[in-house]
Design a protein around this ligand. Structure first.
Ligand SMILES: C=C(O[C@@H]1C=C(C(=O)O)C=C[C@H]1O)C(=O)O
Length: 409
């Protein structure tokens, strides 16, 4: 259903506390699901009370927020909990490129939420589905892999061309990505992918929205009350056979990775500074260990000066140089020129927002667009003057492995 702004449907929303479900992902009744789960907590949803295709444009986050405000303001809400994620929520996934029209918001009919030992069940409309434990879905069988639009040699050529542009002084950093295709015998059930990702990457945000499924380590912004947080990532090394501490020290001492990281951390600081007071941005990055690789990470915190929804903050931040580059507009043009594929919603913001404007949005990384028996996987990396095409290709291979595992086991 697509609703025009100004003509909102009246939603009847009811939240009730429930006994803590031990496993949100085991409750999903079918493959068309919405999810945002980390360490077993978060939100899962299914059914559609409302859905909208957000028109392309720089202002798509404002458009989306206005559409939701009209919808949620007209709703009748019975929500005794009033915690972030209770009452009506929308899941969303936005295109990376403002020119692309792939962005979508979905208000599920049913949401199961869990945080800090409290759990709730929100339903919209008359007859909620019963909450039952279901039989586990079947994993994808006989998966074949094929090149996407950006083959390995093409990616290396693009990286080499980007390095030349950077050395010629056109820009400082650009993130280039590539894709990989999987085809199974039967439609791929997103629930299997979510389960495998959540088990292997518990500290990542395992997400699903309109067929985009993944587990991202990168928090673009969490807004709960006046508090905002972000976790900026850029700079990567594989967790090889070396001891972890030696890989982490190599990454921490790498001038190339520290440079890549500083562009992203500086931009997030600059974008949040006008919106926040008490902004804290550590001077040096931390080390974030995932099961397959290690990142440089800067945790950022602040208090919002004015009442702004999480989507307003998403709009101020996207695209950060973790997925775009520096300067942003030059990098976007170079991505359009050199990458030669449509990123769709890969590297775009993905997450949820409630009627109070609270929510959590990540950058859609380590993900795939799943359609029937096919999945398109994406991965990229930041390119600076000192980048090496073969090493960058390897980095995308390591990053792709997370979703290859989710699909193949
Ligand atoms: C672009 C991706 O990841 C981003 C790029 C990184 C890098 O270049 O080191 C690290 C983390 C992410 O911000 C990806 O996973 O596809």
């Amino acid at each position: 259903m697509t609703l025009a702004v100004g003509l909102p449907e009246q939603l009847a929303v009811r939240t009730v506390p429930v006994r803590t479900p031990e496993d949100l992902l085991a409750r999903l009744p079918h493959s068309s699901v919405l999810a945002w789960v980390r360490h077993g907590e978060g939100l899962v949803g299914w059914g559609e009370a409302a859905r909208v295709a957000v028109p392309p444009g720089e202002d798509r986050f404002t458009w989306a927020r206005q559409w939701l405000t009209a919808l949620f303001d007209a709703a009748t809400v019975d929500d005794p909990l009033r915690v972030p994620g209770s009452g009506p929520v929308a899941f969303g996934s936005f295109s990376f490129d403002p020119r692309s029209g792939d962005s979508v918001l979905i208000v599920p009919r049913t949401v199961l939420g869990r945080r800090d030992g409290q759990a709730w069940y929100t339903t919209i409309g008359e007859r909620p589905d019963p909450l039952t434990l279901l039989r586990p879905p079947a994993p994808p069988a006989a998966v074949r892999w094929a090149d996407g639009d950006v083959t390995a040699p093409r990616h290396m050529r693009a990286v080499a061309a980007a390095v030349r542009r950077i050395r010629a002084g056109h820009l400082s950093k650009v993130v280039l990505a590539r894709d990989l295709l999987a085809v199974a015998d039967e439609p791929i059930d997103s629930r299997i992918l979510l389960r495998r990702l959540a088990d292997r990457f518990p500290s990542c945000y395992t997400f699903a929205c309109a067929g985009l499924v993944g587990a991202t380590p990168e928090l673009l912004v969490r807004r709960m009350g006046g508090q905002v947080e972000s976790l900026v990532l850029a700079g990567t090394i594989a967790r090889g056979s070396d001891s972890d501490s030696s890989a982490a020290s190599t990454l921490f001492a790498s001038a190339k990775d520290r440079e890549e990281h500083s562009y992203a951390a500086d931009m997030v600081r600059a974008a949040l500074a006008p919106l926040c007071r008490d902004l804290t941005v550590p001077a040096e990055p931390e080390i974030l260990r995932l099961s397959n690789l290690i990142h440089l990470a800067t945790p950022v915190r602040g208090r919002l000066e004015e009442d702004r929804s999480v989507l307003d903050v998403v709009g101020a931040l996207h695209p950060t140089p973790a997925v775009g580059g520096t300067p942003t507009d030059t990098a976007l043009d170079l991505i359009r020129e050199l990458e030669a594929m449509d990123r769709g919603r890969y590297a775009g913001p993905v997450g949820w927002i409630d009627a109070r404007g609270d929510g959590e949005w990540g950058i859609a990384l380590r993900c795939a667009q799943v359609e029937g028996p096919r999945a398109r996987l994406y991965a990229g990396g930041g390119i600076v003057a000192g980048s090496d095409p073969a090493a960058e290709l390897e980095e995308t291979q390591t990053k792709l492995r997370a979703m290859q595992y989710a699909i193949e086991g």
